[in-house]
Every structure is written in C-alpha cells, then in structure tokens.
Design a protein around this ligand. Structure first.
Ligand code: ZN
Length: 600
C-alpha cells in the first residue's frame, strides 16, 4: 500500500487505485508470521454463511482488507469486483429491501476484501520465535477498511475511509477521523482474544455489564399480522411461563415512521401497558427509527428528510426509505417519537433495519460527502440522550439481523442479536461466534417453533447464554412443550446469574469430529457456557443419526464432578478418571441434550 499526501491527510493507494483517506496507521517490526482472525456477523446478503470466525494467513508482501460497517457484506463484494467500484442499493421491482448486494458476490476465502465485525485479532511469531499479537477494535460504526499487510517483516495496519462513501475531497471537513483502539503483546491467539474481550467489556455500558439475561417473548412468529387480542393471548401464556419482557415486533406501529400503535391496537399505548402489566412482563416495542414508509406522514410532510444516494432515495427493509440521521431535524423528530413511547409504558426498545443511513444529499445539515459519518453521530446522540432521559428503557440492537459490531455500538446498547435465522443451528454458531468476544448475557437468540426437531432439540441450546427470546406461537404450544420449556427455563434462570462471568464456546467432544470451521449444517452442535469457576452448562443437538452409537463430552473441569441431565433431573457423581474418559451421549437418535457439570 502506498501513501499519497492529500492536503493535511494521506490517501491509501493499492495497485494504482486510490482506496480513500487514511484515518489511522500502526506498524510494528519483527513479525516472522501472522494470521488474521475475523468474525463474520450475520447478513441477509450471505445468510447461509452463518456466524463464523475465519482465519487468514498474511503472507509476506500480500495484504488483506477487512470491510467493517453497516453494509459491509455488500460493500466488500463490490470492492472485490473493483477497488474503485461504486456502492449502491438494489432497485429491483420485487425487492423487499433486506438485501444490499448490487455488485459481485459475498467474500470467500481468497478475496482481498472481507466483511467483518469491527474487531480483529492478529497473532503470529516474532523474529525472536516468541508468540505475539495485536488486538484491535474500531471505535465507531462508520464504513471503514482495515488494511493489513506484512512487508519486510513489518506488520502494517491502516484504517481507511473508502472514497466511495467518504470522498477524499470531503474528508478535510471531518470533525475528527474515526479511530481504532490497538493493544499489542506477547502471547498466543488466546491471549489476543482475552485482551480484545477486555477492550469490548470496557465499552459495555455500566448497567449492562452484570445483569440477569431476561426471558423475552416477541411476536415475530406471527409476522406483521398482530393486533391487541393476539398480544393479549401471548401475554397470557407469557404469564404462565413467567416471562419477563413482551416485545411486539413489526406490525404494531401505525406505519413505519409514525411510532404510535395502529388502529388494530384499539386501546393504544395504555392498552398495551395494561396487558403487559397484567402478565408480569415489561412492555417492549420493535422500531426501525431510521426508516419511513413513503406513505407515512413524516415522509409526506418532510420529503427533504429522506436520505438519498446518488440522487435517489434508497429502497431498504420492507420497501421503506431511509431517514437521514445526519440531518438535525430528523433526530429532533425521532427523539420526540421515542420520548412519547417511553412516557407511555415502553421499557424495552428493539431497534432494527437501517439505523445508519447512507446519504449524499446536498440539502441536509451534513457536508454532502459525509452523510454516513453524520448519521452515525446522529444515531449515537439520539440513543445517548434517550438512555439518559429514560434510564429504565433497555435497548436491544437488531440492525437487520446483527450488524454492525464495534465499540460505540456496544456502548449504546444493552444486548445485541447474534443471528436473524431464528434457528437452533444458526443460533448455536452465533452464540459461540459472539461468545469469543462478549459475555454470555449479551447475545440475544431468537427461538422459533422448529417442529421438524424434537422438543428437546428445539429448546436445549437456549438455556446456554441469553437473552432468550421466544418467537413461536406460544399460546398454541402443547402441554408437553410448555412443561418442557418450563424445565429448561428453570435451568436458564439458575445459571443466568453466572452468564456475565463466563462465555459460550464449543463443547469438547470425542468420538465425533467437527469439521475445522464448525458450521451450522453439522450433525452435532454442542455448545457450553463455561463460568470462570469452571462450572459448565452444555447443550448438544444431534441433528441426525450418527455412524458411531455414542460420542463423549469432556467437561472443562477435570476432577470429581456432579453431572446432571437437566432434562430428567438425574445426577450422578463422576470421579476424576471417569470425567477424563468423558460423559457418553447417544448418537443413535436425533435428539437434544442438556447437561450440567459442577465440582464436588
Ligand atoms: Zn442526508
């Protein structure tokens, strides 16, 4: 990568093409080898890819460019076609707006540009033979490139603002350039992760560092076909299950952009507050504050507030438009809408869709070329002021299924979604993917009714980490499912106090071999919550009959343990040699399992 001066700034140039303004640089000499580990977050643009960690060996003289930010999967795909390719939004007639891909395909292993969460570890050997690492995390949610290379045994990392979104000539108007936090040290990749985890923990708001992950029911299992009577029926079952939050997903609103209950909620906010109070739940509402239906009053009265990109409004999630959050009056309007909800019973805000707009309009408050940067600032301001004024309202990040992830996004939320598939397998992968970086109480999982699976298989993994969000048709659950759910929920309730001080990871197995990347389509998905004391809660789903009649689980703790089958309540004490040999699990039937292991 070359650096070309441009006024007070420097521009990154790769193979003769300008990438954009360099916001920050880091170099360290003495690297003999280096591997980059990225976390891919969920994206509907690459939904089969699941939530995964991917490692890239950084060869001498080669480079890798991580693309971070709200539209990263589509952006990386475009840049892989051509580093100077413009980015845009699809314009197909049948387009429902949850996809952003216009050019190319989602990144695969050998591509230069890789979409990733905005935190990265690099680990390898120094010339002295010692293990060394760099852990880095981006401060902000802007679209940014992290260019990484090793040249002449020097590791170089540059943070770049891609010129397609931040024109080089506009960057001199930036109030400040986005930055990354960087820590270096001696140690292996586990040391790197531990340091990165500490950086992320420091960003989590104080109130969200050590809470008891709630049990939530959300109405998305019914789609947008919701009304007051349905919510009342869901609330009745929520009371029976002793759930703690009831969030009404898309469909409660009058119209996207006008954040008050529609006429199908005949008693309005007081009615919803009454229903949730009666069921012992807190009232949660879904909102896509960054969007407006073209037929909404706000869009009709303020067409000038709509974000535009290359001269056109974007068609985004559910065929809505983006509101430009970089435009002051939009933030004032949204703050008023949110305050009205919070003053009338809202205690849990689930926010979704395009909360960071991409805009190059020349009639807004922001400089024309810096719409996304100002939108990020506007969004933070809206959330920060809302949190300050309504400190009892908790905020869940959904963002069209789970991005972006960076320090400021974490700092403005109380939990984040892992995966948008509402599927046991994908949730298991997401719990582990996020579990590397976040404590076990900070990764929401959406559980749907997966009636092709046994009841145990449907329920087991949701005991491991939280918040646990039920999205099925709970009023019509069978007595058997309700009973089993209550049992698993009681396990969740007794373990969740430990979630902030532990993490979710793959359980150790023998007798069955995962492929090297642990994907959602495997025959066995086995995940463990491991508390810092070593106590372990392990959920395992065997998705099909295996060749081996049994395989074995090896708890993290070695020594005498009490192993409890949490589905039957049966406990058995194992001595040290039995623990080392492992706990047998049947592979003869597709079934879910839930075991705990504690020292005796
Ligand atoms: Zn704008």
């Amino acid at each position: 990568m070359q650096r070309v001066p441009s006024g007070q700034l420097q521009v990154a140039k790769v193979e003769g093409k300008e990438l954009g303004v360099i916001a920050q640089s880091f170099s360290e000499a003495g690297w003999a080898s280096c591997t980059v580990r990225l976390l891919r977050t969920f994206s509907w643009d690459a939904k089969e890819r699941a939530f995964e960690l991917v490692d890239f060996k950084l060869e001498e003289g080669s480079d890798l460019i991580a693309v971070c930010g709200p539209y990263a999967t589509a952006d990386a795909a475009a840049f892989n076609v051509d580093a100077e390719m413009d980015v845009g939004f699809p314009e197909r007639e049948d387009y429902d707006g949850v996809l952003y891909l216009v050019h190319g395909q989602p990144a695969i292993a050998n591509d230069r540009y890789q979409d990733a969460a905005a935190w990265i570890v690099l680990s390898g050997k120094g010339l002295d033979g010692k293990d060394r690492f760099v852990s880095l995390a981006l401060e902000k949610s802007n679209t940014q490139l992290v260019h990484m290379s090793v040249e002449d045994q020097q590791l170089n990392i540059s943070l770049i603002l891609p010129k397609q979104i931040y024109p080089i000539s506009a960057c001199s108007e930036l109030i400040d350039l986005p930055q990354m936090q960087i820590r270096t040290g001696l140690g292996d990749i586990e040391s790197a992760h531990a340091v990165l985890r500490e950086m992320i923990l420091q960003a989590i708001p104080t109130r969200a560092r050590n809470y008891s992950a709630p049990l939530i029911v959300d109405t998305w299992g019914f789609g947008t076909n919701v009304n007051q009577a349905l919510v009342s029926s869901v609330a009745n079952t929520a009371k029976d299950l002793e759930l703690e939050v009831l969030t009404i997903d898309k469909g409660w609103e009058n119209i996207v952009g006008d954040w008050r209950p529609g006429p199908h909620f005949e008693d309005g906010m007081p009615g919803l507050a009454e229903i949730t109070a009666r069921s012992g739940t807190r009232l949660g509402l879904w909102a896509s504050l960054g969007n407006a239906d073209p037929l909404s009053t706000v869009a009709i009265e303020h067409p000038d507030w709509i974000a535009s990109w290359r001269g056109k409004p974007q068609v985004v999630s559910h065929r809505t438009s983006s509101l430009c959050m970089g435009h002051g009056p939009v933030i004032e309007y949204l703050a008023g809408q949110l305050a009205n909800l919070a003053n009338n019973g809202l205690t849990w805000l689930l926010h979704d869709f395009e909360t960071i707009s991409r805009c190059d309009s020349d009639i807004h408050d922001h400089p024309q070329g810096l719409g996304e940067d100002w939108a990020v600032r506007g969004w933070y301001r809206l959330l920060a002021e809302f949190r300050e004024n309504f400190s009892d309202v908790w905020i869940e990040n959904c963002w069209n299924g789970g991005r972006p992830l960076d320090l400021q996004m974490v700092a403005h939320h109380d939990t984040t979604i892992g995966d948008d598939f509402c599927d046991v397998r994908h949730n298991a992968v997401a719990k582990v993917g996020l579990g590397r970086y976040l404590p076990a109480h900070w990764c929401s999982s959406y559980m749907s009714d997966q009636n092709s699976l046994t009841l145990r298989s449907q329920l087991a993994i949701y005991a491991v980490g939280g918040p646990w969000i039920l999205m099925g048709d709970i009023p019509n659950w069978s007595a058997e499912k309700l009973s089993l759910a209550k049992r698993v929920m009681s396990v969740y309730r007794s373990w969740r106090l430990m979630f902030p001080n532990g993490s979710v990871r793959w359980a150790q197995l023998s007798g069955w071999q995962a492929d090297s990347r642990w994907r959602a389509d495997q025959e066995v998905l086995a995940i463990s919550f491991v508390h810092e004391s070593g106590s372990e809660l392990m959920a395992c789903v065997v998705t099909q009959q295996l060749e081996n009649p049994e395989f074995r689980w090896h708890p993290v703790l070695k020594g005498a343990l009490r192993i409890t089958d949490e589905f039957t309540g049966e406990s058995r004490d194992y001595d040290e040699s039995e623990v080392v040999a492992g706990i047998a699990i049947s592979g003869t039937t597709a079934e879910g399992h839930l075991f705990s292991a504690v020292a005796i």
